[in-house]
Design a protein around this ligand. Sequence first.
Ligand code: GAR
Length: 202
Amino acid sequence: MTTNIAVLVSGRGSNLQSVIDNIENGYIQNAAIKVVISDVEDTYALERARNHGISAIFIDPSSFRNKLAFEQEILRTLEEYEIGLVLLAGYMRIVGREIISAYANRIINIHPALLPSFKGLHGQQQAFDYGVKISGCTVHFVDEGMDTGPIILQKCVPVLEGDTADSLSARILEQEHKILPEAVKLFVEGKLKVEGRIVVRT
Ligand code: GAR
């Protein structure tokens, strides 16, 4: 059975691209990205989707009376495309309760730091400014907190002499592009089980 995937984005979409590529090259099987939804108009992520024949939709948060109405439109779109897995790939909003409860343990986020450190925006910059010697990235299920959900995979990335926040971010991004597709593959193959806040591989 094919898992229908929706990807929520806000920007350049390189993580989206890594999942597209890994479906196309057969690393991830029995999965299809059905729709890419952006909360920002004219993102490169939407263009990447269109380039691969994937429905690309801009949902304008400012055209709804509140966050709930905006998210109900997202939910309606997810239902329309019969989505079984939602990926947050550079989606810069906190997902609200309605979507979380409709898709419990079926929403996956990629974060550019080793959680639970450096949650929120600019995780790479936060880690760099703090002076850590090792940072990295995290793929996790999304719960109602900000970057607090059960962790699926993490990858360490060393901070090197002479690094800037940008060079560190670029090195972290390379690893993001590996662990997000890996997590999607595990999910689609039914190999992830959530016990409390622990993700067990089955
Ligand atoms: C990625 O580094 C991702 O981890 C980060 O935004 C970037 C998006 O890049 N996400 C967050 O910071 C979420 N809080 P991309 O659009 O090229 O995938």
